[in-house]
Design a protein around this ligand. Structure first.
Ligand code: PLP
Length: 496
């Protein structure tokens, strides 16, 4: 199967090329030229397999230029190496007869980004070999917390690849900083930047666009690439867990084979919920796709009105991984609802860049409404929901998943829809221990590791090793730099 850009569909690429390139030169995102189908019989067969087997089957439908052996190896390295608790990457917890929680945070950094970032480095390594790329790939990441650590864990010690992460010196949580500063691996570098997240991101974008620097890097046999969710190699592994969750529910007879379920996703960059959309189009019986936002509710407004308008205040919330005003992956969905009209997508994206908003046509908006529901929750509403769910079910949500749960309840109430529902859980509550303790009404004025213990005591849940054991790890990266110095730091690391 070929891949094409959402803004220039005439040029076709293999999936290996799409993964190594990351982004199309005119700014578009790579998508498969059609969405492969999964029949109910195939789905039934997948129910007899474990996550590994399901992943091999689903990835095989999209990555048709990979051999079965290559996909097997990538899946094995990602999901069967004790990286995920008990080698079960995406378990489903049954909360009640009609509500199920898909836990996507059993991996090495305790957030759902691991689901994709544990396998993407392997897909990239195989892709590099396929297209004969011999230069070292240097992955640059600007992070506000979760992505940086997950990318470091995924790319550490992967041959032919180096990774460097920039984070805002005073802009990440203490736990996130410690997670990155203690990173192991011979090919990694972590740098605190004296600036905020936007400064880091702008600088990294500037470095990507710097032609003179690219030439100098090439002399050292290094090419830059990125690991964020615009890369197809990060999106495609996310489709697997929707297929797998459906199979788990059917196999355990929580739903009948073929029964429709709704899906609720705490949304930021629109990558996770887009994967659910692809699963639905493939044939997984998914009804409504329910998108949950925090106070940065640009997507909720878009789904309700057909107008994407980023001219609004940016809020810092207790669900920071959803603090986003430009949801990049929405472009892939627009491409589908515009009937794969690349010039129409280009027009909408140019409108967003120039005027900071765009408006869908009536028929386009009708399609959005038929597929999606949306809502948003304030920090206070999310905190109340977190406490309520804990009191009722003794189940602890993190602050992002609490937003999703609130929107699920709102939707049920307003629509009367009682379809069984999968709520997607994107982080371990321990990763956001301070705010979770606050929501439970505990005074969390203590030191970070004490907070973890307090939360474990209070909830009866287990502290993930990846967080609990941080205390014993050696701090390896203490260096910081100014924004202006970042470029030189990249050069130094590239040549090392
Ligand atoms: C990244 C992230 C999200 C948002 O996911 P998108 O794919 O960007 O929509 C939600 N919750 C957590 C904990 C995250 O790390």
């Amino acid at each position: 199967m070929n891949y094409e850009s959402t803004r220039a569909k005439s040029e076709k690429l293999s999936s290996a090329q799409a993964i190594v390139k990351g982004l199309s030169p005119e700014g578009g995102l790579f998508v498969p030229e059609n969405i492969p189908q999964l029949t109910l019989d195939e789905l039934k067969n997948l129910c007899t397999l474990d996550y590994h087997g399901r992943a091999v089957a689903v990835l095989g439908k999209f990555l048709t230029d990979f051999t079965a052996d290559e996909i097997e190896t990538a899946v094995k390295n990602a999901y069967q190496n004790e990286k995920f608790k008990d080698n079960i990457p995406a378990p489903v917890t049954v909360l009640s007869a009609d509500t199920f929680i898909l836990e996507l945070w059993q991996g090495p950094t305790a957030a759902f980004k691991d689901m994709a970032l544990q396998i993407m480095p392997h897909l990239m390594q195989i892709s590099r070999a396929k297209i004969g790329e011999n230069a070292t790939t240097l992955i640059l990441v600007a992070t506000s917390g979760d992505t940086g650590k997950a990318a470091l864990e995924g790319f550490k010690d992967v041959e032919g690849i180096k990774i460097m992460v920039f984070y805002p010196k005073d802009g990440v949580s203490a736990m996130q900083k410690l997670q990155m500063a203690t990173q192991e691996g011979a090919n990694v570098n972590v740098m605190a930047v004296e600036g905020n997240f936007d400064d880091c991101q702008s600088k990294v974008k500037e470095i990507f666009a710097d032609k003179a620097m690219a030439e100098e890097l090439l002399e050292a046999d290094v090419k830059l690439s990125s690991a964020n969710s615009i890369n197809w190699g990060r999106l495609v592994p996310q489709i697997v867990y929707y297929v797998s969750a459906y199979c788990d529910l059917a196999a355990e007879e929580k739903i009948a084979m073929g029964e429709t379920i709704n899906v609720v996703v705490p949304t930021g960059n629109f990558g996770n919920i887009l994967a659910a959309y692809y699963a639905k189009i493939m044939g997984v019986p998914i009804g409504k796709l329910i998108s949950a936002s925090n106070q940065n509710n640009v997507l909720a407004d878009f789904i309700k009105t057909g107008i994407y308008d980023r001219r609004r205040t940016f809020y810092k919330t207790t669900s920071p991984s959803m603090d986003i005003l430009i949801s990049s992956n929405l472009e892939r969905f627009l491409y589908e609802i515009c009937m794969r009209d690349d010039s129409r997508v280009k027009e909408l994206m140019e409108s967003l860049a120039a005027e900071e908003f765009y408006k869908l046509s009536k028929p386009e908006f009708e399609k959005v409404k038929a597929l999606f529901e949306a809502g948003y929750a304030t920090d206070e509403e999310a905190a109340q929901t977190l406490k309520k769910v804990f009191d009722e079910y003794s189940y602890l949500l993190d602050t992002h998943t609490a937003v999703a749960y609130k929107i699920y309840e709102d939707y049920k109430k307003s629509s009367g829809d009682s379809t069984k529902t999968l709520v997607v859980s994107t982080a371990s509550p321990f990763k956001f221990a301070a705010d979770v303790l606050d929501a439970l009404g505990e005074n969390a004025a203590e030191e970070d590791f004490v907070k973890l213990e307090l939360l474990a005591e209070k909830s009866g849940a287990e502290i993930p090793d990846s967080l609990g054991l941080l205390k014993q790890k050696e701090v390896k990266f203490k260096e910081s730099c100014t924004v202006a110095e970042a470029k030189q730091k990249v050069m130094d690391f590239a040549k090392k």
